[in-house]
Design a protein around this ligand. Structure first.
Ligand code: CA
Length: 221
């Protein structure tokens, strides 16, 4: 899952980005309102964390603009203010949730998870295909009832494959949703991670991650 963080306080932005990356999310930073609009137009984000007090264009205006342009990913507003009217304004402008600074990182993560699973197509905290299961709330991968030890990035990759189970996902799609903007598409990192996952998932000899020649990969179980 790829997240855009629009926050002008560099320390807070960096803190959030690092924390999200440790959880396996891909995260990009925007430091002004116009930057946020540009990045959101260029990249398929799954979620936007949007500070209200941003230079150039404030978070409320960014949110209104994006919703007007058909941006459908969930938006969570971040702000130092806790005045009721700001919360109302944020939600009325098209935000899905609101978090007041300072916040505990654990709460931010829980809300991010809730927003990502609130997508209508996917109301559950569990993703499954055949014997493969992901418990998104507990961040746990299970294969045939047994816990599977995965790195944060392997987990993120498997989550993306499971969300698209039975469909071909191209390397570009994987790069866009699992890696961040600094990702060098010239590398074979995706294939390397696919191989890591295969080694862990397919020890029993059953193939789950299929190569679709010339296109990408498909998880089928
Ligand atoms: Ca700010």
């Amino acid at each position: 899952m790829r997240i855009l963080i629009a926050e002008d306080e560099k320390k807070i932005a960096e803190f959030i980005r690092r924390g999200l990356k440790e959880e396996g999310y891909a995260a990009d930073l925007a430091h002004t309102g116009p930057d946020a609009l540009n990045l959101a137009a260029e990249n398929p984000y799954d979620l936007l964390l949007l500070d209200v007090m941003l230079p150039g264009l404030d978070g409320i205006a960014v949110c209104e603009r994006l919703r007007g342009e058909g941006f459908t990913a969930p938006i969570m507003m971040l702000t130092a203010k806790d005045r009721v009217e700001d919360k109302v304004k944020g939600l009325d402008s098209g935000a899905n949730d609101y978090l007041t600074k300072p916040f505990a990182f654990e709460e931010l993560l829980a809300r991010v998870r809730a927003l990502l699973r609130a997508k209508p197509a996917d109301p559950s905290t569990r993703l499954a295909a055949g014997p493969i299961e992901l418990d998104l709330a507990a961040h746990k991968a299970i294969l045939s009832g047994k816990t599977l030890e995965l790195s944060a990035k392997e987990f993120a990759l498997l989550e993306y494959l499971l969300r698209n189970s039975g469909r071909t996902v191209t390397r570009t799609m994987i790069a866009e949703h699992v890696w961040d903007i600094n990702f060098d598409t010239g590398t074979n990192v995706i294939d390397v991670y696919i191989n890591y996952l295969r080694r862990k998932l397919e020890k029993g000899g059953t193939r789950y991650i299929h190569t679709v020649r010339g296109k990408g990969y498909m998880l089928k179980a």
